[in-house]
Design a protein around this ligand. Structure first.
Ligand code: ZN
Length: 279
């Protein structure tokens, strides 16, 4: 799912800041342990863009979102639903330590927006929003809700926002260098810069989506939610067709690819689920 809001901030960074960030270079990092599902891809992060920088931007943007929703009377309007979402979240958050030890101490904040879209998003540091539409329109069970939340939490654990910003910055930097070398005039450069800025508002990449799916599967299993519910969630999403799934179609793996991928990882997580269910 997407986390568009933070990128609006990134767009306001000046070219000079981007330049200095890029000169500082990129570093390969592992944000998480690989877990039973084995998510082990190395990520490239801009050295000048620290985890705490991105977290601070997230916190600010998230706070603004909360204020806006509250102002419209659309924040946590159904206390029972909010309590349910937070109850499921708490069980998942307890399990995040398998992927990274610091996450249990994050200032997690999970809220529900009264909005009809089939969506949810997570910002860096565990700032999470679930739209009431996905819960109501798909009549989510607790386990399916855990699949949605586990997916979102995994984006935060993997720092996909910082990675996406790093990629966009590197791209912008590349465009500027190409522009200088090719002797593009100012107007053409503005066009190139605008193109780069556009990528900042794009959703997560397919790779990031797959990682979030698979890590989310392990989180839900460890928290005692039947991982098969991740598959029923995506079947429900598919059944909504263009109507509901539209926002996923452009950059997200299609529903059937997701279902295949999730099914392939079930044998790795079912023992974890059975273990958790026994306790
Ligand atoms: Zn996602």
């Amino acid at each position: 799912m997407k986390s568009t809001f933070l990128f609006v901030r990134a767009r306001q960074l000046s070219a000079t800041v981007l330049l200095s960030l890029c000169l500082a270079g990129c570093a390969s990092v592992s944000t998480t342990q690989s877990g039973s599902v084995g998510v082990a891809r190395q990520q490239r992060m801009m050295s000048g863009l620290s985890e705490s920088d991105v977290e601070a931007m997230s916190a600010k943007t998230y706070a603004a979102q909360l204020t806006e929703l509250r102002g419209k009377g659309k924040l946590n309007t159904d206390p029972a639903m909010t309590a349910r979402v937070r109850r499921v979240s708490a069980r998942l958050i307890r399990e995040t330590s398998v992927f990274r030890s610091d996450a249990a101490h994050w200032k997690w904040d999970v809220n529900v927006a009264e909005q009809a879209d089939l969506n949810a998003y997570a910002m860096a540091g565990g700032k999470v929003m679930v739209y009431s539409g996905i819960i109501k329109r798909l009549s989510l069970s607790d386990a399916e809700l855990a699949a949605v939340l586990g997916h979102e939490f995994s984006h935060a654990l993997r720092e996909h926002t910082r990675e996406g910003m790093s990629q966009a910055m590197a791209q912008q930097m590349g465009l500027e260098l190409i522009g200088m070398a090719a002797g593009l005039d100012g107007r053409q450069m503005t066009m190139a810069t605008k193109l780069a800025a556009l990528t900042l508002s794009m959703p997560h990449s397919r790779t990031m989506e797959s990682e979030a799916d698979i890590m989310g599967l392990e989180l839900m299993a460890r928290a005692g939610y039947d991982p098969n519910a991740a598959i029923s969630l995506w079947k429900k999403m598919q059944a909504q067709g263009d109507n509901g799934g539209l926002e996923y179609l452009s950059t997200h793996p299609s529903g059937s690819t997701r279902i295949q991928d999730l099914t392939a990882h079930l044998p790795q997580v079912m023992p974890l689920y059975r273990n958790a269910a026994k306790q």
